[in-house]
Design a protein around this ligand. Structure first.
Ligand SMILES: Cc1ncc(COP(=O)(O)O)c(C=O)c1O
Length: 400
């Protein structure tokens, strides 16, 4: 689809087959120019680079984020940035610190470590009580989550409802509108959209008044690390995180600092402090490039799913690959999903062995416990499916 735009990536290891678009997406060539532009601005303008960052680069990135979220462009300034999503999670939790303890959290048992780890630790020290809805069976996950939300409306509402839009282990896409339709007013809602952002079209508009939406540049946005974003809904306007940075109240900095801590408006409320803005330069450059190519997220999603369909068909048609992989595919292709396929092995040692054999065949995938993930993206075409199947056949030969 857009393979020629990744020339530097392919030149580095021409024979290598990278199937981890869901993990670290390769950077298109133009990301290098954007990265250099940041360095040049930093060298030439020194302190004044922030004029450009806050006057031009950041507002543009905000526009791209809200456009990708399907929200109103007038709400672009509701988007804030941080180097990673763990920082946002810590900041969000800190908004409850002075309010009450323990706070009640509703989530799933399939959340990514950035949220799961902090949550477990807060649980250990008695600051949160957590209800984790099991993600399995997937077919009833939306209904079970929605039921927990509904039930809390009648009893004690959750303080925080946090779940992934697309789950990182399986790729299953939760339906946030359905889950949250009966959400109590008091609950703060946060969606982790890292595996949805630019993997599948998002329409956050129906929840834009209520729900935070968090994602970042490392995966499908092709912008690399160091740039994550958080959409702050009007429902978040009253929150006062204790984990706060001085960028949050830029306008108030020149005044006396002996008054109550103030927060900037809308997205600024959740801003941290000095950061490396190169990820935003890369993100903007990627967005420009995709627009120029007339490629939107729906097209990216279609492309990845077409390749996945052919891939699964070819695996199924091959007896050894069917046995080793295809029959372990976690989700039917018709399920609402992200852009990777996960094969769940019967046990972890089998998964480890198979992963090693696949890597030895020069195919890069990744593993989460006993799950092997294969991610497809715009830097692949149909010939990569054939190469993958050929190499995987070798990898699953009887010696494996
Ligand atoms: C669902 C999800 N959220 C967040 C992240 C990234 O977390 P962080 O930005 O804290 O490194 C990942 C990374 O794989 C993820 O899968």
């Amino acid at each position: 689809m857009l393979k020629p735009f990744f020339a530097q990536f392919f030149a580095f290891r021409p024979a290598h087959l990278h199937l981890a678009a869901h993990s670290h997406h390769p950077w298109p060539d133009l990301a290098l120019q954007a990265h250099q532009e940041y360095a040049i601005d930093s060298i030439r303008a020194a302190d004044h680079k922030w004029d450009k960052i806050f006057g031009q680069v950041l507002p543009e990135a905000q526009q791209h984020v809200v456009r990708q979220l399907g929200c109103d462009l007038a709400d672009a300034d509701r988007v804030t940035f941080a180097p990673n999503t763990a920082e946002f999670v810590a900041r969000l939790y800190s908004a409850f610190e002075h309010v009450k303890a323990p706070i009640r959290v509703l989530t799933t048992d399939g959340e990514f470590h950035s949220f799961a780890r902090i949550t477990r630790r807060l649980e250990e020290v008695g600051k949160v009580t957590v209800t984790r809805v099991p993600v399995r069976p997937f077919a009833t996950l939306n209904e079970r989550l929605a039921e927990s939300v509904r039930a809390s409306k009648k009893s004690a509402p959750y303080d925080l409802i946090f779940f992934s839009h697309v789950l990182f282990e399986s790729g299953y896409a939760i339906d946030p509108d359905f889950v949250l339709q009966a959400c109590p007013e008091q609950s703060v809602i946060v969606l982790d959209g890292y595996h949805a952002f630019m993997a599948r079209p998002i329409n956050h508009r129906p929840l834009a008044d209520r729900a935070f939406y968090m994602a970042g540049g490392y995966k499908y946005a092709m912008a690399g690390e160091g740039a994550c974003w958080l959409y702050v809904p009007p429902a978040g306007d009253g929150l006062c995180p204790t984990n706060t940075g001085w960028f949050s109240d830029f306008v108030g900095l020149s005044g006396t600092q002996d008054r109550p801590v103030a927060y900037g408006p809308r997205g600024m409320r959740f801003f941290g402090a000095t950061f490396d803005a190169s990820g935003l330069y890369r993100f903007n450059a990627v967005q420009h490039w995709l627009s120029a190519q007339a490629i939107d997220t729906a097209a990216i999603h279609r492309h990845a799913h077409t390749l996945q369909g052919t891939f699964i068909d070819q695996l199924t048609a091959n007896t050894a690959l069917d046995q080793a992989l295809a029959r372990h595919h976690m989700l039917p292709l018709t399920t609402p999903r992200g852009n990777f396929c996960t094969f769940e092995m019967p046990d972890e040692s089998q998964a480890v062995r198979l992963e090693a054999a696949i890597k030895a065949a020069d195919v890069y995938i990744d593993r989460r416990d006993r799950r092997l993930r294969f991610g497809w993206g715009v830097y692949h075409d149909a010939s990569d499916v054939d190469i993958a199947v050929e190499r995987l056949s070798k990898a699953v030969s009887p010696s494996v």
